[in-house]
Design a protein around this ligand. Sequence first.
Ligand code: CP3
Length: 344
Amino acid sequence: MPRPIRKILEVLDGKTVSPPPIWLMRQAGRYLPEYRKVRAEAGGFLDLCYNPDFAVEVTLQPIRRYGFDAAILFSDILVIPDALKRNVRFVQGEGPQMDPIDPEGIDNLQVEGALDHIAPVIETVRRLRAELPQETTLLGFCGAPWTVATYMIAGHGTTDQAPARLFAYRYPEAFQKMLGVLTEMSAEYLIRQIDAGADAVQIFDSWAGVLGEDEFDAYAAKPVARMIEIIRSQRPQARIIAFAKGAGLNLKTYRQKTKADAIGLDWSVPLSVAADLQKEGPVQGNLDPMRVVAGGKSLDDGIDAILDKLGHGPLIFNLGHGITPEADPEHVTQLVARVRGDGR
Ligand code: CP3
């Protein structure tokens, strides 16, 4: 049987695919009524993540509805602190919470065997690869060490990650130790996802944008580079997308430093800069999720601008960050049709 063509893997290998393949960050989520139904049935959010029946179902929902070129494993970046017993909980309307960690807590982290706690997520990956259409790429993912550390330190989400930045200056040794633990554990977690059938993986550094130059290098670029080095030393064929949201001018060297196959771009990256970055390799992005909420001409204009500037090189069409719960599912239909050239 000939190998099925998975367009996103072609792009990750540096090819230009026209029209570009598309998936959306957070494509399984609250904007979909079918997601909200399963979510209510599952009870808690982590119960949804750790139940392969439910997790497979919600991963497949956006594939059935829109035929995206990739399915992304349904889970969360915070299963890593959960596996480290940080008492992670998702409070309705308040976002994620956990026990804030201190230097002593870092010394006491139980890493040995911790990943076994996430075995149901790996089972979800295995089932997904068996159930997905052959041409659909299966993406695994995890959070980057810096972004996961910000939640572990503050104990909840913040708008500027001041607690984690302060912690890093005050307790440099403990902080480096924590990044080291998260780097090793996350690399091993992604290897398990790849072995279970993930075709490629994305590393989410959603809070890279709050870091100064030296800190970006030390906390964002270096740990992700090390993760990729560990993964490739054991799985040389691994394909990896690195998304450092808000990284701005730091993106100029991010690909060289991390050796990621593709870099994700948020919507604040000017398309002229994106086109320069694309000369060095594949890019993914970068439509403003608010255009999907707005719909209509603003959605069409945003799509056309990206296709005009980036559509002639290796591009994975995506949003610049996750789709939001307010997005109308019909607008996503409009988006997919336009990217695929049905509406132009
Ligand atoms: O993209 C997908 O469809 C796959 C699933 C996925 C989720 N979270 C499901 C989720 C992925 C890839 C993530 C990544 C994630 N989680 C990130 C990195 C990407 C980003 O958005 O910046 C971060 C920072 C988190 C942490 C997290 N999880 C937060 C801050 C929240 C609360 C905010 C919110 O949207 O509610 C979550 C919860 C979460 N993760 C939901 C989903 C669908 C909503 C929870 C619910 O259904 O009640």
